[in-house]
Ligand binder design. Structure first.
Ligand SMILES: NC(=O)c1ccc[n+]([C@@H]2O[C@H](COP(=O)([O-])OP(=O)(O)OC[C@H]3O[C@@H](n4cnc5c(N)ncnc54)[C@H](OP(=O)(O)O)[C@@H]3O)[C@@H](O)[C@H]2O)c1
Length: 362
């Protein structure tokens, strides 16, 4: 760390920092941003921004901070205060701790000097809101001296990467498929990594950002978060999307973890939905390889104690991600003429909870 020259200044968010500076916040007040300004030779080093300070965004920040200056967009003051005080900390199947810079919204990423890579780690239900916020900011949050900001979709489901491309009118969006499960556990906001089964995957549809995928894959791997660049990212995207669509809503409907579902009669529903999902993938021209059902069940059985986030969504009366999981499979099945009766039933039941949340709001 001998390349730091540290000076302390009170940072007023009305007055942007000179390009090339990076901020480390002190413990005084996360919202008033009394900062230690670190002038360092980091102009050339890509910086990372993360939108969303939930289980995934926080664990990601703990990992990326090992190889790049990282800023996390945290809009909730209580969560910001937790991160400010304790840092982002993962325990369990993956151990990592870091103190990322905290900002309140995406616009502030520009005020701290911009970022080269921006991970979107919010739920799919918040994607539209985030894209509307990002649309006018693409240039102002660009890291000085570096090419345009590259976005990375960190969501589950088949289409979020494409949804971001459509909403922002760019093909420069990478997609990651994660093979870990995480939940925020205690009053310090520690993230419990319930399962970590690398490799994770990264890919894109636009060849011009392939080198960015490879850059991130290499650096993730170097810091112990094994990640592979894949030419055909669609295969793991579909595989993971189908597995989530088969398991998460069943756990949510019976209010149980994966292990309890697998030991119960509702396991049969999971099996049927895996088979239906595979049939849709096949009709779409996606080859999931031999014995998909067995491999999927084996993967899921590594996280038997995991309560998928859809369980919490239903418990806490929040909109679920069923639209990005089962409904996308149902819609594609209809278009392709594939029968998916179990998906249709389960989807309608979960959508009934979402419908109730929607009607309670208006
Ligand atoms: N958890 C897992 O094990 C896991 C595993 C693989 C993939 N995933 C996927 O990863 C994604 C994120 O999951 P998660 O478990 O981290 O969800 P989460 O705990 O709900 O976290 C999402 C965070 O994003 C924040 N957010 C929403 N809109 C925002 C905005 N406009 N600006 C700033 N922050 C915003 C939310 O803040 P508020 O609380 O204020 O809304 C929340 O803190 C989901 O698509 C999920 O399916 C999750």
């Amino acid at each position: 760390m001998d390349w730091f020259n540290i000076s302390i200044e009170s940072y007023d968010s009305q007055h942007p920092a000179p390009a090339g500076c990076f901020f480390v916040q002190t413990l005084v007040d996360p919202i008033d941003y009394l900062c230690i300004r670190i002038e360092c030779g980091m102009n050339e080093q890509p910086r990372i921004g993360i939108i969303g300070a939930g289980a995934m965004g926080s664990s990601l920040a703990a990992i990326t901070s090992r190889f790049a200056p990282t800023a996390i967009v945290c809009r909730e003051p209580e969560r910001a205060a937790q991160i400010f005080e304790h840092g982002v900390r993962c325990t369990g199947a993956l151990e990592a701790t870091a103190r990322p810079v905290i900002v309140r919204d995406a616009a502030e990423l520009g005020e701290i000097g911009g970022v080269q890579y921006l991970f979107i780690a919010v739920k799919t239900t918040s994607l539209q809101e985030v894209c509307e916020e990002l649309a006018p900011l693409r240039e102002t949050i660009r890291q000085a001296g570096r090419p345009e900001v590259k976005l990375i979709s960190y969501q589950n489901g088949i289409d979020p990467g494409r949804a971001i491309m459509d909403m922002l009118g760019t093909t420069k969006v990478m997609r990651m498929v994660l093979r870990y499960g995480a939940v925020i556990r205690d009053e310090h906001g520690t993230v419990d990594i319930i399962m970590h089964d690398p490799p994770h995957f990264i890919g894109c549809l636009d060849e011009s950002i392939r080198s960015d995928c490879e850059y991130l894959a290499k650096h993730f791997t170097d810091v112990g978060f094994g990640t592979e660049y894949l030419d055909r990212i669609e295969v793991p995207v579909w595989a993971k999307g189908i597995i989530n669509a088969a398991i998460n809503p069943v756990c949510a409907l019976v209010n149980a973890d994966i292990g309890s579902v697998f030991e119960s009669p509702s396991r049969e529903l999971v099996v049927r939905m895996l088979d239906e999902g595979e049939a849709v993938a096949r009709a779409e021209g996606i080859d999931l390889g031999q014995n998909f059902r067995e491999r999927a069940l084996e993967l899921a059985s590594k996280s038997t104690h995991h309560l998928p986030s859809m369980v919490y969504d239903i418990q806490q009366g929040r909109p679920s991600e069923v639209g990005q999981l089962n409904r996308q499979i149902v819609d594609r099945a209809k278009a392709l003429g594939v029968e998916v009766p179990t998906h249709e039933t389960i989807d309608a039941l979960i959508e009934t909870f979402d419908w109730r949340v929607y009607h309670e709001k208006i």
